[in-house]
Write a protein that binds this ligand. Sequence first.
Ligand SMILES: Nc1ncnc2c1ncn2[C@@H]1O[C@H](COP(=O)(O)OP(=O)(O)O)[C@@H](O)[C@H]1O
Ligand SMILES: [Mg+2]
Length: 210
Amino acid sequence: MSARVVTVAQQKGGAGKTTLLVQLATALAAEGRKVAVVDIDPQATLTGWMRIREHEARSVPELRFAMVGGWRLGVELDRLVREVELVLVDTPPHAESEAKGAVRRADLVLVPCQPSPADLWASRATFDLAAKEARPARLVWMRVPPRGRAVEEARAAVARAGWPVAAAELANRQAYVASFAKGLGVVEAEPKGAAAQEVRALVRELAALL
Ligand SMILES: Nc1ncnc2c1ncn2[C@@H]1O[C@H](COP(=O)(O)OP(=O)(O)O)[C@@H](O)[C@H]1O
Ligand SMILES: [Mg+2]
């Protein structure tokens, strides 16, 4: 059977695309899954994390990795889906055309979104794109503060828009930033921490969807 493809997409830069992808990839690999990560973002943040992982991280599961231009993604995916169980694709903050190919090939599109008006406005473009390509999509709340009016308003706005939302959320935690800097995920750097629990909950939820 060929691998499932999960594309992480969101028009807004800094929403948490690369963070989300890295955390999911490492948590899945820790469960023994064969995972590939693909960077089509010219900013190459995922590529930078992968370099650190390859050079400094010791005794961690191997991740297959490819950095390709968006136009070459199809060819790369054709190859990777035969070699692994799951492929995660990291995308640039998109003008529609750039992310289209990655969304089109996805079995599931994840849309990381911080509880802020700017992230919410930008999410619409990604959900519209996923709908146009008839791909299922889930919003994943990122950097959620413990409580507050802004969070409640953001949740209400998403409910009004009718976008499907993952129940598991990633809170605003230094653990995500610190693990990234070491080429690790939180399940590797702090396996007993609250962040690792959040990521594992999200993995369980996504496994049921895929
Ligand atoms: N859940 C989180 N908690 C704390 N910081 C986060 C979280 N998610 C993302 N960040 C930080 O936000 C910034 C942007 O995240 P990044 O994943 O690079 O976004 P994108 O790939 O969408 O541009 C980074 O500095 C990252 O460390
Ligand atoms: Mg990124």
